[in-house]
Design a protein around this ligand. Structure first.
Ligand SMILES: NC(=O)c1ccc[n+]([C@@H]2O[C@H](COP(=O)([O-])OP(=O)(O)OC[C@H]3O[C@@H](n4cnc5c(N)ncnc54)[C@H](O)[C@@H]3O)[C@@H](O)[C@H]2O)c1
Length: 461
């Protein structure tokens, strides 16, 4: 099928490359010329395991193109994905201006022939109908321009434009986005047009049938077809649930710290209950990233708009805000005065296997440590390689873990990168002025760290 993906960030590029990989003919559109140049050269502008490889294979089989020209993308696609960012506004609601700009451009460039316009971006509930309205506005504006320019209304093909809007929320996780796309837990399709839903089902058939799955013997991927608003709500509810689950275990961890229990044992014990499950029960320094914080806030805001106070979600947010400073509290307990001390952060990104720093807990920590007069250094397997292009301030980014340890009064493990489990901690302890480690993700082997000479401090243990 002919597909156009507009917005080639973590979601759009992965979606475009994976759809090309399974046999579709894809054009990816982005208005960032620099990004498009990089992608045209066959490279990925983001770090995502496996992405470069599938981009390369799609380019070689001529199934993917990259452009800044939205008109070309709209003309090409029978299915048009909107995958631009929906960052948070200071009020907590979602900034939908990029979605609006794209919907308007789609309308202005529709060229006849039926199209399915897909909201892949996480958008506030009700956005399906709103996108439809903006696309119609775009059509009307173009019509007006053409009439003003002297074209007869009878000669305007744009009026033939026929389209439907579908909500197809994305559940991929950064760090395993390619895997998640080929091995999804479910596909959600919201809409009220049988024709559009049938086209979306056709698009995803190879994935539903597990043709590209790691385990091809699994039953087909469940496809949930629902209305637009429910599909939009599913995305918010899923993220709100996961964020709340983490805030819950963090709250339990804080109580464990006080009563002398070990939250890792508690998590194991409750996780064995199949009604609870063992995922998302890792206590730590809180959730961050480009999705949880903004999506939970946006849901609170939506509830508020409809006269409902989302008390549980507000509590999940406030537990998280406090949790993000837990490492600071523990550093103060261990080192007392932080002024003049050097703290080394192991990891900067909000989770491992990504280069994404959006709303990463490390950023709060750097800011607060600087405020208290501490010097901050960091080592992150990806950020240390990609240098300072991320605009980090108040932190010296080191090139390896031993340079990081050198002269530090304490280390804080911020991101659970797999390679951090096998560093030479014995050597690192010797390089430090004071071998204290706060394991902000309860990720390291406590006994090994103690043996290596560290004072080990976990979260809730
Ligand atoms: N990142 C995730 O893990 C994830 C997971 C699920 C859902 N989502 C949702 O998907 C959406 C996209 O997220 P992301 O992380 O990929 O965002 P991103 O910021 O990484 O990418 C957005 C891209 O859109 C481009 N863009 C903006 N305006 C444009 C325009 N007018 N025309 C063409 N391109 C334009 C930007 O240049 C950028 O490349 C968001 O709504 C997000 O909430 C993200």
């Amino acid at each position: 099928m002919r597909v156009c993906v507009i917005g080639t960030g973590y979601v759009g590029l992965v979606t475009g490359a994976c759809l090309a990989h399974i046999g579709h003919d894809v054009i990816c559109v982005d208005n960032n010329e620099e990004k498009v140049k990089i992608m045209k050269a066959g490279q990925s502008p983001i770090f995502e395991p496996g992405l470069s490889e599938i981009m390369q294979s799609a380019i070689q089989s001529d199934r993917i193109q990259f452009t800044t020209d939205i008109a070309a993308g709209v003309a090409h696609g029978e299915i048009l994905f909107i995958a631009v960012g929906t960052p948070p506004l200071p009020t907590g609601e979602s900034d939908t201006r990029y979605v609006e700009a794209v919907a308007r451009s789609i309308g202005a460039n529709l060229n006849g022939g039926y199209k399915v316009i897909v909201n892949k971006s996480t958008v506030p509930i009700g956005s399906g109908d709103w996108v439809r309205m903006i696309v119609l506005d775009g059509i009307a504006e173009r019509q007006k321009t053409l009439v003003t320019a002297g074209g007869g209304a009878d000669r305007l093909p744009v009026m033939d434009a026929e389209f439907d809007v579908v909500s197809n929320p994305e559940f991929l996780r950064e760090g395993s986005a390619v895997y998640d796309t080929f091995n999804p837990d479910r596909i959600v399709l919201g809409g009220n047009s049988d024709r559009a839903i049938a086209m979306m089902k056709e698009l995803y058939t190879p994935i539903v049938e597990r043709q590209f799955a790691q385990d091809k013997s699994l039953p087909p991927v469940p496809v949930l077809v629902t209305d637009l608003s429910s599909a939009e709500m599913i995305k918010y509810a899923a993220n709100a649930f996961l964020a709340t689950k983490i805030s819950f275990i963090n709250e339990v961890a804080n109580i464990c710290d006080r009563v002398g229990a070990d939250v890792t044992q508690v998590a194991k014990g409750i996780g064995l209950d199949s009604r609870i499950g063992n995922k998302f029960l890792n206590a730590g320094i809180g959730w961050g990233g480009s999705c949880f914080p903004k999506d939970v806030s946006a849901l609170v805001h939506t509830a508020d708009d409809y006269g409902y106070e989302a008390q549980l979600l507000k509590a999940a947010i406030s537990v998280n805000e406090r949790q993000r400073l837990i490492a600071l509290e523990k550093l103060q307990q261990a080192l007392k005065i932080l002024k003049g001390k050097t703290v080394g952060l192991l990891g900067l990104t909000f989770k491992p296997d990504t280069d994404d720093l959006r709303d990463a807990p490390a950023l709060n920590l750097i800011e607060q440590l600087n405020r208290l007069g501490a010097k901050v250094k960091a080592y992150d397997p990806i950020i240390s390689q990609t240098g300072m292009r991320h605009g980090l301030t108040g932190v010296l980014v080191e090139t390896d873990a031993e340079r990081l340890a050198d002269g530090c009064d304490a280390l804080v493990l911020v991101t659970e990168w797999q390679q951090f489990s096998s560093l030479d901690y014995g050597k690192m302890a010797k390089l430090m002025s004071n071998p204290v480690i706060i394991d902000g993700r309860n990720f390291l082997n406590r006994e090994q760290l103690i043996e290596a000479g560290f004072q080990y401090i976990g979260i809730g243990r």
